[in-house]
Design a protein around this ligand. Structure first.
Ligand code: MG
Ligand code: ZN
Length: 358
């Protein structure tokens, strides 16, 4: 009996070490962070896509789940600029403002702090690179509509890789400045198609694939998951680590449009990018992946559906955003810090600490 007890202890401790050694949860700090935002992605949007995709999504690999409270400084229901400013800069601000607190004081984002600490930084989005969500990670402007000013902020920053649309804010500006020349001067390789993008393996990359906003998923193909892989492959060369933001931008637009099929297809496309991030994190073992949203869009409710079939029956309570908390998923070293109810302002400080940034 005594021997059996001893065997049992040794065996269980062994199993524990085995679990710690291979688990997506571990006590050590991450070197890289991939921060993924499904704009307008609440639990109904996620589950609708999961049902259509035969009851499965890549984000289910995350062992940690939580909730993020999304209200802004001045509204119960946030917009995407105040939502992204909270996630990126750690402050509640007024709807419409980018990278600033409610008193219009610029606040550095987690991406900018990572740049300052010599990590590689970048973002991949399915909208203009000057749109509210990416802008809050790299720009500081009182209004989200200041696309040309936001483009200048991007060019002036230390960012290494950015991929999306919005080329006209760089090469067909009202002020006649040609920011493409400025980007070339800063040693950026400029790609205006997915084919050109795929050829870039290192250095600095400006992927400006569309003149204006990106088209919906039915027309734009695999740019979001492919762009995510391309960005990871370039940025993983930095021994100090990297910070990458990826946005499923049009889940929100589909929600404003009360278009269930579009919502599902945009979440499935975003989840393909999530799969690329988690695959990398699984092999790399030093990468924390966080998946969340800035707010829910549409007040989407699911009334019926069939697993594996494109036959979700959904209704939308509004054409706008709602104030409901959004889910948070985390995978990799440090993931355990992202469970329970959180303020959307809590991510930045947690990431600064986990990445040991100054
Ligand atoms: Mg957005
Ligand atoms: Zn919206």
């Amino acid at each position: 009996m005594k021997n059996f007890k001893l065997f049992s202890i040794v065996f269980n401790v062994g199993i524990l070490f085995l679990i710690i050694g291979t688990s997506p949860l571990s006590a050590k700090n991450p070197k890289n962070v991939i921060f993924m935002i499904g704009d307008g992605m609440g639990i109904s949007q996620i589950f609708a896509a999961m049902v259509v995709n035969n009851n499965s999504l890549a984000l289910e690999k995350c062992p940690i789940c939580g909730f993020s409270k999304t209200y802004s400084f001045d509204h119960f229901t946030t917009d995407s600029s105040a939502g992204a400013t909270a996630l990126a800069c750690g402050v509640k601000t007024r709807n419409g403002m980018i990278g600033m607190n409610a008193d219009s004081v610029k606040v550095p984002s987690i991406l900018e702090i990572a740049s300052r600490n010599n990590l590689s930084t970048g973002f991949v989005v399915a909208c203009s690179v000057t749109h509210a969500t990416p802008a809050a990670f790299i720009a500081h402007q009182v209004n989200r509509d200041m696309n040309e000013e936001i483009a200048v902020d991007i060019v002036k920053s230390k960012i290494d890789v950015f991929i999306g649309g919005g080329r006209k804010y760089f090469d067909a500006r009202i002020d006649d400045c040609n920011l493409m020349d400025s980007l070339k001067h800063k040693n950026f390789k400029i790609a205006t198609s997915l084919e050109q993008l795929k050829k870039v393996k290192n250095g600095k990359l400006a992927g400006l694939l569309y003149d204006d906003q990106n088209p919906p998923i039915s027309e734009r193909g695999s740019m979001l998951p492919d762009g995510t892989s391309i960005a990871i492959n370039i940025m993983k060369n930095n021994k100090k680590g990297f910070f990458l933001m990826v946005e499923g931008s049009q889940i929100d637009w589909a929600g404003h449009d009360s278009n269930t099929k579009w919502v599902v297809n945009e979440v499935l496309d975003f989840d393909k990018a999530v799969a690329k991030a988690i695959d990398f994190a699984q092999k790399d073992k030093n990468t924390l992946v966080i998946i969340t949203a800035d707010h829910e869009t549409g007040g989407m409710a699911l009334l019926d559906g069939k697993f594996g079939a494109d036959s979700i029956k959904a209704v939308f309570a509004t054409k706008n955003h709602t104030g409901v908390p959004v889910p948070v998923f985390a995978y990799g070293p440090g993931a355990e810090n992202f469970s329970g109810f959180m303020e959307n302002t809590s991510f930045k400080q947690k990431l600064v600490k986990l990445l040991n940034l100054k």
